[in-house]
Design a protein around this ligand. Structure first.
Ligand code: COI
Length: 357
């Protein structure tokens, strides 16, 4: 696939945010967006960049009724020499096809999607912030547009990419977060959609997020949907534990998102000679070993959040504190290395960076 992208420039350019320290996450949007349509007889067609604006949707559009959609999260970074780069973009685009496959949405050429994202980011390069911890968050998404109320896969879709100059996802940045272990609700089950980046997984998480907030916790740790025993992921991140000096993370058994930052953490840790285990971890194991002083740090990993240290877990009316509620050495080293590579402060030995401009 190599269709030419048509560009229509906005005539009303918005002022760029003056204060990069108060960007927040996902609140401000740039001047342009990428759009491409799908129809059965045409395949993916009409790739275009046009002024960012609200779109009109027929009230009977299938996305509004049955949620057939997927999304991705990536970032463009301003490096110290002023370039704009992406981090492992092909991984996100391959994951789009994994999500599409589960949600019966037609596949798209991953290399072509990287090209479309690069074209949009290049056009919007002046929106990429440069202060520490900021980036241009990239949100590709696809949704079903057939106007029909029967339950079946749509025959038409829209693929869009929007951009948002953003600061840290969690306002507390690198300060350890308190996490509530969910025992009532589940996020996903094996055979369901947990491994796909589809909006319903996130909608399903909201009730428990609201409950966690009410109890003074900022995120939820999900247990498996069958035994409510094995750890799956944290809020919108994968989760890691340092147990007896080994880095342990839940294996990808079908109900957990295969995170790109998760993969990066595993590859970096192994390159540093750290033993990494991908396996089932029960919440009981974590509590028992933590009380014996064998769990030295816990952190979440994700594109939006990067590395987010966990200071406290609450489960079954019990509480356990990790590393005195301080960021651990490995969490700090991973954060500094990943962001160092992304901002061009550390050589990119793994070839993870792709320059846009
Ligand atoms: C990301 O980490 O980019 C995500 O997509 C998680 C999101 C729900 C903020």
């Amino acid at each position: 696939m190599d269709q030419k992208i048509t560009i229509t420039m906005s005539e009303n350019l918005k002022p760029k945010p003056a204060d990069e320290s108060s960007l927040g996450f996902g609140r401000i949007f740039t001047d342009h967006m990428f759009v491409m349509d799908y129809a059965e007889d045409k395949g993916w067609y009409d790739p275009r960049i046009e002024p960012y604006s609200p779109i009109s949707i027929d009230p009977s559009s299938m996305i509004l009724h049955y949620g057939q959609a997927i999304f991705e999260g990536m970032k463009a970074y301003r490096t110290t020499d002023g370039s704009v780069v992406l981090f492992r973009p092909i991984e996100n685009m391959r994951r789009i096809n994994v999500s599409n496959n589960r949600m019966v949405i037609p596949q798209i050429d991953p290399e072509y999607m990287v090209k479309c994202v690069k074209a949009l980011v290049e056009l919007e390069k002046d929106w990429v912030p440069s202060s520490t911890g900021t980036s241009l968050y990239i949100r590709p998404f696809i949704f079903a547009t057939d106007t029909f109320l029967g339950v079946r896969p749509s025959k038409t879709y829209k693929f869009m990419v929007i951009l948002s100059p953003s600061g840290p996802y969690y306002p507390q940045g690198l300060d350890p977060v308190k996490i509530y272990v969910e025992q009532e609700y589940v996020r996903a089950v094996v055979g369901g959609t947990g491994f796909a980046k589809t909006p319903g997984n996130y909608a399903a998480s909201l009730a428990s997020q609201a409950k966690a907030y009410e109890s003074g916790y900022v995120q939820v740790l999900w247990l498996d949907g069958v035994e409510r025993k094995y750890i799956e992921e944290v809020g919108s991140m994968n989760v890691f534990f340092v147990i007896d000096g080994k880095l342990v993370t839940p294996s990808l058994d079908g109900s957990t998102l295969p995170g790109i930052t998760r993969k990066t953490v595993i590859e970096l840790a192994r390159s540093w000679g750290i033993d990494v285990e991908e396996r089932r971890i029960s919440i009981d194991e974590v509590f028992t070993k933590a009380l014996d002083g064998r769990v030295s740090e816990v952190f979440g990993s994700g594109t939006a959040a990067v590395i987010s240290p966990v200071g406290e877990l609450f489960w079954n009316s019990k509480k356990v504190i990790f590393n005195d509620n301080k960021i651990g050495n490995l969490s700090q080293k991973l954060y500094s290395t990943i962001t160092g590579i992304q901002y061009g402060l550390i050589p990119d030995e793994f070839n993870w960076i792709e320059k846009v401009v």
